[in-house]
Write a protein of this length. Sequence first.
Length: 367
Amino acid sequence: MQAIAITPRKPASARLIDAPLPELAAIPEGRGVRVKVLRVGVDGTDKELQAGLYGAPPPGCDYLIEGHESLGQVESVGPRVRDFAPGDLVVATVRRPGHSLYDLIGAQDFTTDDTYYERGINLLHGYLAEAYVESADYLVKIPPAIQNPAVMMEPFSIVQKGIAQAYAAQRRLHIWRPVRAAVTGAGSIGLLGTLALRLRGLDVVTFGLTTGPSLQARLLKDLGAVYVSTREMSLDDAAKKYGPFDLILEATGYSPMAFDAMRVLAKNGVLVWSSVTGGNRTTTVASDQINLEFVLGNKLLLGTVNASRGDFVRGVSDMALAEALYPGWLERLLTHSVAGLARYQDLFNTLMNSKDPDQIKVFCQVA
Ligand code: BGC
Ligand code: ZN
């Protein structure tokens, strides 16, 4: 079968390969599902993989099949699979168990191992191929009504985990009722995060860089959220007008913003950091002020990565709700489609070099 592979840690190594067709029998206990890939989205992690900064191939293999944001259709199932049937639409989770206690209880998104196993990223092949096999335990069924936006279920699961973690942690307060939220970053994660918070009834201010009319600004307005360009109004001024914020989701990919956000968090608030910043940037912070306000205000800072199958399942419910409340909104995020694995160069050019300010989600229409 055709697949898009890279040599991890080698810049611009993407190529089309002929990879072995995965066998159902490779999955233990008859729980295998073979999935025909329909669509695969790409994101900042794929940028880092393309730039040669991140990732590793499976042991004994000199290439890694890329892609971790998938949507596919079941082709065949093993003898002990009752939860999926041929024709079902499915999305696969990304991380697989390692060795820590968390991994052993199925909570590998909380692994304490230094090595983590992630399909299309680290040590396991991904989904940018004609097909893949996986255990039914790592698949989530997609209702046909959300077939089109479902290629964004993986990034949506990241948002779902961050928010679920924030609410779980805030049970420390017994009566926490967030009203005002902020999202820093207006890329896919920022927009999906704004959606999830609006679905929970919060007032949301979302911060981005673009000024003037833009697709991001229109999308946010259509959710009833407020868009602020930090080029026009500082975070602190915006907080005076709309804040302080009970919940902040940080998703800019720019670490100084993660620290800036600490200054605009409300008393008893929770700040969720979700940006994976692989560089080595440093910044100066108002440490006395932040420390004092965090202490006197009982504030919480929470880091989050990856997502569990449960977070994907919550994502499915939220996408269905979003289609009911904001019909067609999700599909407007799918701004750039590249047809066919053979056009992998277009796919990565669009991802890496686009100057289009309205670019939100780039994906490959595989089948
Ligand atoms: C993926 C996550 C993954 C993280 C770290 C993100 O792009 O969406 O599933 O855990 O990268 O590798
Ligand atoms: Zn990702």
